[in-house]
Structures are given as structure tokens and as C-alpha cells.
Design a protein around this ligand. Structure first.
Ligand code: AHR
Length: 521
């Protein structure tokens, strides 16, 4: 049966906030050390920052990067990481049972952001940290005055304030694993006071309150409701985090890779879409209760594929090591398809999801991998992210998929094909992102743009006056294929022939378990 995908360049979900192509750098494992900072590397620049990684970050199209954590944040004293390096002392990182050298801190991160061409998203510690430490960090970063912390910044080589716009109020404070874990009321009270004080320092900032660490959390829903009851007027965003585990859900043989439930895993995008819808509903219920004119939007500031069950199955660490190898997942073709589908879910809700950070950026569950002294490489999941960031321009369109569903053990009935179209009114170009979630069957698809491909305004350069159409996909006969240091380009996007482009309808075949982008005009 042919699946039809309908969209109209004039019927939009909303403008795409470029910050949905965000990422995350945490002091965890080899994300910072050996990832973005490796002073002895042949790849290092004068600041010890890896040039090869910066180049890949630019290619990936990342727009905003959250820092410094994550669970690390809730035990971090930012003052340990500023000032002359020789005077900085190592500290215990309790979250990841590691030794933090503090050779990389706020100033180094902000310098890296400038070089990588990304906006910083900083987080204040609301676990072991206080209201005082939060406002002092903000003063250090954003204030131009002869005051103590602003002067410290100047003495550390940065006379001008950094002007960091976006700030997270803690990390996953609903999680019992979090250092300084709080109840929703405790956190809500603390967050509102910190928010008020931070706005006194800099009224121009945007603040993100902690929402749920995952849809599976027993407190999900009630947590958002209580936190927003306290903070609604003082914050701009509520966060949500969600990871998808390829090994969860009916694994027959834990020794054998990916004997889990592939069909459910490939349908993870449907789960994320439900999660987003539920957080929007909960947020808007508070809005209604408060009779507020203000809308709180969503910051999906940790999302990715992560074999979390394997990580938790490992024995606890006993030694305090610097930058130990932690959760350096090697990603497969199936993982790349899911990552691409999660981005489709985000874009389908572009009106409310205004920031999203793939977690993380380098080495630790990351699209970029780097080894000491050797060039960095792209994991499979790099490709759908980079192509979406490049081709999803301007506005997301209401996109309707009419076709058969798939039944999955974990998510029930889901659409076999997920899709979102985007449209740039300036160029007229349309990009349609599609995933065939079936692990077994190719999908015959027709794109039906109103007004023909791609609707009004598109450049028509084909021989019959039709617009140029390209179809690019990530797929493979072997869903477990990976990119590794020895074979970094085993999995790359491939051109796929367009079956037909007639009478305003584009016909395509989507390979089984594939992520696709079709560019029109
Ligand atoms: O990204 C890894 C960890 O996952 C983060 O530190 C934490 O916020 C989440 O639980």
C-alpha cells in the first residue's frame, strides 16, 4: 500500500528555533578531556582545543551547547575551574566517581564556544550549590561593573562580559541519583528564589526549570505541575530529558548484541512525540490554572540513543581516575535511524520545543569520537543530525502521513512512516524528512505538496520546469553496521533514486529501517 505524505507550505507548525540543533558537553568521561580539550594533541590549537573536533562540530551544524552537566553539575563548584591553571586544584567528581582536574572550566568553555561558532547554555548548580554561587557565576559571566566576580573575570583575561543568554536552573532534580535531590516543592521554592536573584543581576537572561528526567519517572507530570506552580512567572522553559535504549525491551540473549525488540526501538520517535505532547499539556494546564497570558516552552536539553541498561549493569567504579572511558557507545545504522526520527518528532513540535540538546557531543554517547593523538571521526548518528540541521530551514509544516501502522510491543500502534516537511519562504525550498520504521519492509511513499512540488515560490530548474529533487538516506543491509576509527566511513548517507515526479506528486521508495531527506527545489 502506498503511503501518502501531505503538506502545504502555507500551513505551518511554527518557525524552527535554530536552538533545537543543540548539543551537550558534560565533565564526564572523555567528553571534555581528550574530547574537546587535549593540549598535547597534534590536533590542538594554541588553547589546547582540538581543531579536528571543532571542524566536525561546525559540520554537524550544532547551534547551542549546554555545559557543564548533567549529574556532574550538582556537585560542581564553578570557582574551582577559573583563574590561573597552576593554582586550580583537583576535586572529586561524585556523580561519575572520577577525578576532576579543573584544567578546563567556564572561561575555557566559553572560548571554545566562540571558536566552534555555538551559543553557550550554562547551568547553575542547585544540588550542592546555593543561590549565592548561582548569582556569582552569573555576575562572573555577564556583568560589567567594578564588582568582585566581574573583576575576577577581567583579571582572568576577559574584560568584556560574555553575555550568556540561556541558563538552566539545576539538572534532573527529580532524580534520586542527583546530588542534592529535592522534592518538587523544595526544588520549586529554591528555583524561584534563584531565578528572582539571577534576574536582579541580569534581567535579559532566559531560564530553564528542571522538568522530568524521563517519561518513566514515577513523578512525571506531578513534578512539572508543582515546579511550575512555584516558578511559572519567573522561568521561560521547562526541561525534559529522554534516552532510548536499543537493548531494552525483550532481549532474549544479553550476550548477543541487539537481540532486543528492534521494532519497538525503531519506533522510539513515536514515544518522544507522546512525551512532548504530555509536557505541553501539563505546562498549559498550569497556564490555565493561573489565567496566565504567558506560555512556557520546552527545552529538550538531553536526548539521544543510549545503551543505559548496559551502563547500569557494570560494576561500580572504585578508583578516582581522570577522564575514564564512560559510556562511549558505538552507534549502529539502527541507532542513526532512531536519532533521525527523534529529530523529526522535535520538528513536528517546533512551535513548543524551542531548544533541544543531543546528549552528548564528543566521546560520551556522542556523534563525534576522538582518540588521543588521532583524528576524530563521525559516528553513524552524526549524519542524520548534520543533514537535518543543514536542510531544515525556517518553518516546520503541518505534515500528515496517511498509511498503515505497525504494532510494537513497547509503543503499541505507531505510524510505519514518520515525516515532517520544512519550508524556507525565501528560497521556496522544501525539505521532507522521513523514517521508515519497519525493520522488514520497504515503503512506497508519495509526497503531495499543495500546489505541486514544492508549492509556490520554488526554483524550477528541471527540463520540464519541475524543481530539482534529491533523495538521500541512511540505511544498510546490516542494521548493526558502525563507523569505527579503522573504518570511519563505513556508514555514510547515500543518494537514492526518486521513482517519479509527475503531476505535482513525488514518488519514493524508503528502504526498510531508513532515515531519509528529500529536497525539493
Ligand atoms: O548524559 C548523561 C547523564 O544523563 C547526565 O549527566 C544526566 O543529566 C542524565 O541522567
Amino acid at each position: 500500500m502506498t503511503i501518502r505524505v501531505l503538506f502545504d507550505p502555507e500551513v505551518t507548525v511554527g518557525a524552527i528555533d535554530r536552538r533545537v540543533f543543540g548539543s551537550f558537553v558534560e565533565h564526564m568521561g572523555r567528553s571534555v578531556y581528550e574530547g574537546i580539550y587535549e593540549p598535547d594533541s597534534p590536533q590542538a590549537d594554541e588553547d589546547g582545543l582540538r581543531r579536528d573536533v571543532i571542524d566536525l562540530v561546525r559540520e554537524l551544524g550544532v547551534t547551542i551547547v549546554r555545559y557543564p552537566g548533567g549529574n556532574f553539575l550538582s556537585g560542581y563548584d564553578w570557582t574551582d575551574g577559573v583563574g590561573p591553571r597552576a593554582a586550580r586544584e583537583p576535586r572529586l567528581d561524585l556523580a561519575w566517581h572520577s577525578l576532576e582536574t579543573n584544567q578546563f572550566g567556564t572561561d575555557e568553555f566559553l572560548a571554545w564556544c566562540t571558536k566552534a561558532g555555538v551559543e553557550p547554555m550554562l547551568a547553575v548548580n542547585l544540588g550542592s550549590g546555593t543561590l549565592g554561587s548561582a548569582v556569582e557565576l552569573l555576575e562572573y559571566c555577564n556583568v560589567q561593573a567594578p564588582s568582585r566576580f566581574a573583576r575576577q573575570r577581567a583579571a582572568n583575561g576577559h574584560a568584556e562580559p560574555y553575555g550568556v543568554r540561556t541558563w538552566c536552573l539545576g539538572n534532573e532534580m527529580d532524580g534520586p541519583w542527583q546530588i542534592g535531590h529535592q522534592s518538587a516543592d523544595e526544588y520549586g521554592r529554591k528555583a524561584v528564589e534563584v531565578a528572582n536573584a539571577m534576574r536582579l543581576v541580569d534581567p535579559g537572561i532566559e531560564l530553564v526549570a528542571c522538568g522530568s528526567s524521563g517519561r518513566y519517572m514515577p513523578t512525571f507530570g506531578a513534578w512539572e505541575d508543582r515546579v511550575l506552580e512555584h516558578t511559572y512567572d519567573q522561568v521561560d522553559y521547562i526541561s525534559l530529558h529522554q534516552y532510548y535504549d536499543p537493548y531494552e525491551g525483550g532481549s532474549h540473549d544479553p550476550q548477543s548484541p541487539r537481540h532486543g525488540d528492534t521494532a519497538s526501538f525503531l519506533a522510539s520517535g513515536a514515544h518522544l512525540e507522546s512525551f512532548i505532547t504530555e509536557v505541553v499539556a501539563t505546562t498549559d494546564a498550569v497556564k490555565a490554572r493561573k489565567r496566565s497570558a504567558k506560555t512556557i516552552n520546552l527545552s529538550l536539553d538531553e536526548w539521544n540513543v543510549w545503551s543505559m541498561s548496559r551502563f547500569h549493569a557494570q560494576p561500580a567504579r572504585s578508583t578516582w581516575d581522570v577522564a575514564p572511558r564512560l559510556i562511549e557507545d558505538t552507534y549502529t545504522v539502527a541507532d542513526a535511524v532512531v536519532v533521525g526520527d527523534l529529530l523529526i518528532s522535535i520538528l513536528r513540535h517546533a512551535d513548543r520545543v524551542q531548544m533541544a540538546c543531543q546528549a552528548q557531543l564528543v566521546n560520551v554517547i556522542a556523534p563525534i569520537r576522538a582518540e588521543v593523538g588521532a583524528p576524530a571521526w563521525r559516528q553513524t548518528i552524526f549524519h542524520p543530525f548534520a543533514l537535518t540541521a543543514r536542510h531544515a530551514q525556517a518553518t516546520a509544516l503541518v505534515t500528515t502521513v496517511i498509511g498503515p501502522g505497525l504494532t510494537t510491543a513497547a509503543h503499541g500502534e505507531v505510524a510505519q512512516v514518520s515525516a515532517v516537511a520544512t519550508h524556507d519562504p525565501n528560497s521556496g525550498a522544501v525539505a521532507v524528512f522521513l523514517v521508515n520504521r519497519s525493520p522488514d519492509a520497504d515503503a512506497e511513499v508519495e509526497l503531495h505538496p499543495r500546489g505541486g512540488p514544492a508549492g509556490p515560490g520554488v526554483q524550477r530548474t528541471g527540463p520540464g520546469g519541475e524543481p530539482a529533487i534529491t533523495h538521500t538516506a541512511v540505511f544498510d543491509d546490516d542494521l548493526m553496521a558502525v563507523n569505527q576509527q579503522s573504518a570511519p566511513d563505513r556508514v555514510v548517507p547515500r543518494a537514492v533514486p526518486v521513482l517519479a515526479n509527475q503531476d505535482g506528486v513525488v514518488q519514493l521508495r524508503l528502504p526498510r529501517a531508513s532515515w531519509n531527506v528529500v529536497r525539493i527545489g
